[in-house]
Design a protein around this ligand. Structure first.
Ligand SMILES: [Zn+2]
Length: 501
């Protein structure tokens, strides 16, 4: 194995050696376990393009490790308690669990469309409160954390290597913060001993969800949940810890401080971070109005075009989402889609029993992926194969003899399909044959509304009403009416639907 990964901790590409191998297990890589943890979503809203990028990238890394023979134990947490969730629940006047259940379901739907493999385990913060309390107690016992009136803080000055991941020191942070301005924590954190200390546990406020703890009722800070869940699901030291570049500081830095402060062992051997997503050269943000949810994008584009757009850049580089770029990715996807159906379209020309892979193509593909998962290089190999298959397709449809024998064609197709699958670009037919609703409309084709589409529009209408945008809510109701679907609003904010008589 010669996979090299860029480790944020050391700022260089390093040979990937899993913990199990470093600890003396032989027989690499077949069957060797790789422990991988990815920071998951805070479930208070629909996922956006930034989430799509992160989860497509880490899914691809996981798939490549599996293709290489490793058994990946992939864990991704769900932050189901947080300020934003509480605020949303208060605005809607519903229990916070209604918010979290709604957006967990939406998350699962979006990820399935992007052909992202489900994690082996999705631990939820609210199901790991005892583990978090345990960890905090260990830190207090070691005098690395302290209690102030029901809050518990981590004392960063007690952890000498604080800043090692994001490559900063407390001195440089302090200088950068220039006095009080820009220091983390608001008024509620005024009781901290040192400005860069961070909350492990927050004392309960009236009307907020809270749990019993040795320091009174309260709820956990965000960072502690990952430390507790890594430990509980995977152990003290894992192989790969991954997330977006925005998580390097403070989130991952704080995770290291908590976990390593408590166990005295390294938290992760490799820290991987993916780059930012810009929209037409600007940072994507709700306030700029250029915020793109995965759902809204899938109204317009094929999910695999989106996946392809993401993988066309190296994962650490920033990517710029423009209409031109996504349209070009859509065209490229057409070429891949055609290649994928080759074996179905020309069943007699492909020997399904032949599972041989073309060693030259596979080697080129691996050359790219082994170099810090360079998907642009890997994709160029896939597109070479796709073009070859297209040429053969043209010859066949014109009744001309093909350049390759049946067995050779089979090997080419099988290699193409397998490598597409490693990048998650060979989805099940339900996704492969998806047509974006907008495209159907433009083509003047009758849209057959699926129950899923109706539920999505009802959710959008509910959201419009919540934002008091009644015009939009009415527009959605009318659009459904034109398609023969009638909405019935029931008490309690529930909307049912039926076909018009
Ligand atoms: Zn995390």
């Amino acid at each position: 194995m010669s996979l090299r990964l860029f480790n944020t901790l050391t700022r260089q590409k390093e040979l990937f050696v899993p913990l199990a191998v470093a600890a003396g297990q032989v027989g690499l890589p077949q069957g060797v376990e790789v422990k991988m943890y990815v920071c998951g979503v805070t479930v208070y809203d629909f996922c956006h393009l930034g989430h799509a990028r992160a989860y497509v990238v880490w899914d691809t890394v996981r798939r490549y490790l599996e293709f290489s023979g490793y058994t990946v134990n992939y864990v991704q947490n769900i932050t189901d308690i947080d300020d934003k969730i509480i605020k949303r629940a208060q605005t809607e006047g519903v229990p916070f669990t209604e918010i979290t259940e709604r957006y967990i379901q939406a998350y699962n739907e979006d990820m399935a469309k992007l052909n992202i493999k489900p994690a082996n385990h999705y631990p939820r913060a609210t199901a790991h409160i005892p583990q978090m309390i345990d960890l905090i107690q260990t830190l207090i016992a070691k005098d690395i954390a302290y209690v102030v009136a029901g809050d518990v803080y981590y004392a960063v000055q007690k952890f000498p290597s604080y800043g090692k991941l994001s490559h900063r020191t407390l001195e440089s942070m302090q200088a950068g913060a220039s006095g009080r301005v820009g220091l983390p924590g608001g008024e509620e954190e005024a009781s901290k001993r040192y400005p860069f200390d961070f909350a492990l546990w927050k004392a309960a406020k009236p009307g907020e969800p809270s749990w019993q703890s040795p320091w009174g009722r309260g709820r956990p800070g965000w960072h502690i949940e990952c430390s507790a869940m890594v430990k509980s699901c995977l152990g003290d030291t894992i192989d790969i810890h991954a997330g977006g570049a925005d998580l390097q500081f403070p989130h991952h830095e704080n995770e290291i401080a908590q976990s390593e402060g408590a166990t005295g062992k390294p938290l992760a051997r490799y820290w991987l971070h993916n780059g930012f997503v810009n929209i037409s050269g600007e940072k994507m943000s709700k306030s700029l109005g250029n915020f793109k949810t995965i759902r809204s994008l899938l109204q317009l584009y094929h999910p695999m075009a989106l996946r392809l757009f993401i993988l066309q850049a190296h994962y650490r580089q920033p990517i710029d989402f423009t209409e031109e770029a996504i349209n070009s990715a859509s065209k490229s996807w057409q070429l891949l889609a055609e290649g994928l159906t080759f074996a179905e379209d020309f069943a007699t020309l492909v020997n399904r029993d032949n599972q041989r892979l073309d060693a030259t193509y596979v080697e080129q593909f691996r050359g790219g992926m082994d170099d810090d998962c360079n998907t642009p290089v890997a994709l160029s190999v896939i597109f070479d194969l796709a073009k070859t298959l297209k040429k053969e397709r043209n010859l066949i449809t014109h009744g001309s003899p093909t350049h390759y024998s049946r067995e050779e064609l089979t090997t080419l197709w099988h290699t193409f399909y397998t490598l597409c699958d490693v990048l998650g670009l060979a989805p099940a037919p339900a996704i492969r044959d998806y047509v974006p609703p907008q495209q159907l409309q433009e083509e003047g084709r009758e849209i057959e509304m699926t129950e899923e589409m109706i539920a999505e529009m009802i959710a959008q209408r509910k959201e419009a009403k919540r934002q008091k945008n009644y015009q939009e809510a009415d527009r959605i109701r009318n659009e459904l009416k034109e398609k023969g679907i009638e909405l019935i609003d029931l008490p309690g904010g529930v909307t049912k639907w039926k076909y018009k008589d």
